[in-house]
Design a protein around this ligand. Structure first.
Ligand SMILES: Cc1cc2nc3c(=O)[nH]c(=O)nc-3n(C[C@H](O)[C@H](O)[C@H](O)COP(=O)(O)OP(=O)(O)OC[C@H]3O[C@@H](n4cnc5c(N)ncnc54)[C@H](O)[C@@H]3O)c2cc1C
Length: 381
């Protein structure tokens, strides 16, 4: 599969499956297993894996375009996919034990969904500092932890879990492990009823004295933090920026459709024909959306050809994208007025979904804190 084929497959799934169901999935907070099955059967679950594992060895450009295409129809499904690809990249970076290789082959074959379980009730949005600690138990490790938010909770076949290393001394001395969903003691700890991203099952999970075999330890002891920064963060920030882009594109398209169809009958004109102020706001939405697309292109270029400014771009992209998605979808709410407020249009779902980006760690505030420190030359941690 090449870039164009991957993007056209994503668009096909978005148009045929996601868009028609998005409204009801959001209302019912229903996770779309059908969408995951479609992503699997088209080979999209393994797009970044090497060809020897059965993947397509595609890079960040395809990752971003596929996520944006999915998000334009259903941001919840795009977020599920994004978490899966971040988890998959982490597993692919692990020493290749038989269990790891089999998991990666299952992912490439479309049979396995994974996700990240980093955030903990104890350290909240500071995902880089788990408070749970793994305990060595002969060749295996045991872990008890309260994971506060896990996208695809109860739906994924495995969870990439962080914990303090058994002998770690500092707050970031973590290790990453892969827990299969059938691990005894692993359970979903409550329902998911969020303001936005309602169809992605982002529920809390509990690990009660869960055992993980040594072949499923994904990093060396204490090297979890490095994997979070080097593997997860660039992809996650690019992916959440791409979700934001999909939301902005959907908001522009939905607003344009409304302005071209809603009418002032007494004036014999559509809203768009009648009111320059609405056209001006739509124009600003379009400018912001295209600006975000350009920012994402620039980040992709920095990831394809890493250089000194790459980490700064990684941090900036998610901070900016979160604000732009909120600004564009807020403008769409205002322009579409009562039709948006009374939920006749999809706009209010986009508006709610857009707010998740700024809350998800690293939050917009934390990113600004990091960027400010980076510009001043102050160590980030
Ligand atoms: C839809 C959704 C899906 C998610 N899925 C996952 C998942 O799959 N896996 C996972 O591990 N996590 C996931 N999360 C969790 C997410 O990454 C955060 O950990 C979670 O939202 C914690 O938020 P909090 O408000 O409790 O954090 P808090 O730490 O309580 O933050 C509260 C406020 O303080 C601000 N703040 C915190 N620290 C600083 C600082 N140092 N400087 C400045 N401001 C600061 C924050 O920006 C925020 O405004 C998900 C979250 C959402 C919303």
């Amino acid at each position: 599969m090449n870039h164009e084929i991957a993007v056209s497959k994503a668009k096909e799934i978005a148009d045929r499956m996601l868009a028609p169901a998005a409204r009801q999935s959001d209302k019912d907070a229903r996770f779309s297993s059908e969408a995951v099955a479609a992503l699997g059967s088209t080979g999209l679950l393994g797009i970044m894996l090497s060809t020897d594992l059965g993947g397509s060895a595609l890079g960040p450009r395809t990752f971003a375009a596929v996520i944006a295409a999915l998000a334009e129809a259903d941001a919840s499904a795009a977020m599920v996919y994004l978490m899966h690809l971040c988890g998959t990249a982490t597993i692919a970076g692990a020493p290749s034990s038989a269990a790891v290789v089999q998991t990666l082959k299952d992912i490439a074959a479309g049979r396995h969904l994974t996700t990240l379980a980093f955030s903990e009730a104890g350290s909240r949005s500071h995902f880089w500092a788990p408070v749970s600690r793994a305990k060595r138990n002969g060749d295996s490790v045991r872990l008890s932890a309260k994971k506060s938010w896990v996208t695809s909770a109860g739906q994924a076949q495995s969870y990439v879990v962080s914990a303090l290393a058994p002998d770690g001394s500092g707050p970031t001395d973590s290790t990453l492990y892969l827990f299969p969903s059938a691990t005894p003691g692993l359970s979903v700890a409550g329902p998911w009823d969020g303001l936005g991203m309602r169809a992605n099952a982002s529920a809390p999970m509990i690990l009660e004295d869960c055992e993980v075999e040594s072949g499923l330890q994904l990093t060396d002891d204490g090297a979890g933090f490095r994997a979070m920064l080097e593997i997860v963060l660039p992809l996650f920030n690019l992916g959440t920026s791409s979700v934001a882009l999909g939301l902005c594109r959907a908001a522009v398209a939905g607003t344009a459709t409304h302005l071209n169809s809603a009418r002032f009958e007494h004036l014999g004109q559509t809203l768009g024909e009648s009111l320059p102020t609405l056209r001006a706001q739509l124009a600003t939405m379009q400018i912001d959306t295209d600006g975000l697309a350009a920012r994402i292109d620039d980040l992709i270029d920095h990831l394809e050809r890493p250089r000194e400014t790459t980490m700064l771009r990684v941090l900036e992209s998610k901070a900016a994208a979160g604000d732009i998605a909120i600004a564009v979808t807020s403008a769409a709410m205002r322009v579409c007025g009562g039709a948006a407020f009374s939920k006749h249009l999809a706009i209010e779902r986009l508006f709610r979904d857009a707010h998740a980006g700024a809350v998800m760690a690293p939050t917009g505030d934390v990113l600004r804190e990091f960027i400010g420190k980076a510009v001043l030359g102050i160590p980030l941690f």
